[in-house]
Ligand binder design. Structure first.
Ligand code: ZN
Length: 159
């Protein structure tokens, strides 16, 4: 069976950045995903299309087809009293923020006096990513998986 829209695939993967640093890896626990439903970044889904069990490949994906380019307007400086109830604001803290595009995660990148700089870009935005992938299994999706838009069971959503 080949990977195509509405098939579930289990993949082992190792993700490295342009410096060769490992940023994420399945490490023996294959990821289960549903092809064609935006579960993976677009560039990786495109490479997996048509692959089958046992296929191995390495692909380098440009930022635009991964987590997108960095957007400067997602970096904002706000007064620290917007973080009510948080005692010690520190660089690296992450918060969920409400914006016109819905909830998204922001990270504090600077604290100066009562001014706090937050960055709403995805942590991997702007990065070219290399994936080393092995396809472990390809199967039909269940009706429930198709309804939910993601894979269930080992390596998928547990709920
Ligand atoms: Zn589900």
């Amino acid at each position: 069976m080949n990977i195509k829209k509405d098939k579930v695939a289990l993949i082992e993967y190792t993700l490295t950045n342009a410096d060769g640093d490992v940023m994420d890896a399945s490490d023996g626990n294959p990821l289960a995903y549903l092809q064609g439903h935006g579960n993976l970044i677009p560039g990786l889904e495109a490479q997996l299309e048509g692959k089958t069990t046992g296929d191995k490949f390495t692909t380098t994906i440009a930022a635009a087809d991964a987590y997108g380019e960095r957007v400067d307007t997602l970096v904002q400086t706000v007064p620290s009293d917007m973080f009510q109830g948080v005692d010690n604001l520190e660089v690296g803290m992450r918060f969920e923020a409400q914006s016109e595009q819905g909830m998204h995660s922001v990270e504090i990148t600077a604290v100066e006096g009562d001014q706090v700089t937050v960055d709403g870009n995805h942590p991997m935005a702007g990065l070219e990513l290399t994936f080393e992938v092995e396809v472990k299994e390809v199967r039909d999706a269940t009706a429930e998986e198709l309804e939910h838009g993601h894979a269930h069971g080992a390596g998928g959503h547990q709920h």
